[in-house]
Design a binder for this molecule. Structure first.
Ligand code: ATP
Ligand code: TYD
Length: 243
């Protein structure tokens, strides 16, 4: 069993498509290990890319810290090594909360809007996280009818998602990157909603501000080039200090 300063890795709690969660020797704290697995199209396309896990872990850790600096509470406690972080165990809410600043991906596939159209104000789309149902889109009434959130929590969740969007969009803009869209997951912690899961190149759509080229998992989905090289490029920009 692996161990770090004051943290012992315990039993596996869950192994998903790209991350594994382990218990630790502290109740209520989990270890998240970012693996090198990459998948797309509901797991229909799968590969293992050495270093990908650590690049996503480092970017996630930096972005969670950035949110905390802006008083947005997240599950992140601290990084343990290049590909693992210690987090607060949340009661996860089965929603994929997507914020869109620019039309792309499923928005362009499903609706009459051209890729690259600026969305102002940003659009929030909430999907029900259930792979067996292919993550169907929800609306406010469905979320309340299914008792996934209370009316108050729904309002809070949307406000939080928009605050995260402002912080991340500015951060990326300062690094020559457009935050096109991204997905958040939330969980309850002592009655409060916290941002959980990850914020990485797997869960964001990022475009080079100059060339509009993809700097995210779309490079893998649509075989647009060397996905690891692109992930490294984003990680370098995210981890570098900018005035
Ligand atoms: P998807 O790729 O659609 O997110 P998955 O379950 O395969 O699905 P992984 O990222 O591999 O995704 O697995 C991570 C799992 O851990 C997710 O189910 C996520 O909801 C859950 N999770 C993330 N953060 C926490 C947390 N702080 N406490 C408890 N569970 C968490
Ligand atoms: P979206 O355009 O809806 O889907 P697709 O990636 O199939 O084109 O995705 C919007 C953003 O949310 C994109 O940055 C990827 C992210 N996302 C996830 O990380 N996980 C998901 O399950 C979904 C649906 C989206």
């Amino acid at each position: 069993m692996r161990a770090w300063n004051n943290v012992k890795q315990g039993d596996l709690v869950y192994s998903g498509k790209a991350k594994s969660l382990f218990r630790t020797d502290t109740d209520g704290e989990l270890l998240v290990n970012f693996r090198d697995d990459i998948t797309a199209f509901d797991g229909g396309k799968k590969d293992v890319l050495t270093e990908k896990g650590s690049l996503n872990a480092k970017v996630s850790a930096r972005l969670f810290s950035l949110l905390e600096e802006h008083r947005i509470r997240t599950h992140f406690i601290r990084s343990l090594d290049d590909s693992s972080m210690l987090v607060r165990e949340l009661e996860m809410i089965p929603l994929e909360v997507i914020v869109r600043n620019v039309a792309a991906g499923s928005m362009v596939r499903n609706y009459p809007v051209r890729e690259g159209t600026l969305l102002d104000p940003p659009v929030i789309v909430i999907d029900y996280k259930d792979d067996s149902r292919h993550d169907p889109m929800l609306n406010d009434d469905l979320i309340l009818a299914l008792k996934i959130l209370s009316r108050d929590e729904l309002q809070q969740l949307k406000e939080l998602a928009l605050r995260v969007n402002i912080v991340l969009s500015r951060f990326f803009e300062a690094r020559g990157i457009i935050l096109v869209d991204f997905k958040l997951e939330f969980g309850r912690y002592n009655g409060e909603l916290l941002v959980g899961d990850e914020i990485s190149m797997d869960s964001m759509r990022l475009w080079d501000a100059r060339t509009k080229g993809s700097l995210d998992k779309d490079v893998y989905r649509f075989e647009k080039g060397d996905v690891l090289a692109v992930y490294r490029q984003v990680a370098e920009k995210v981890l570098k200090k900018v005035e």
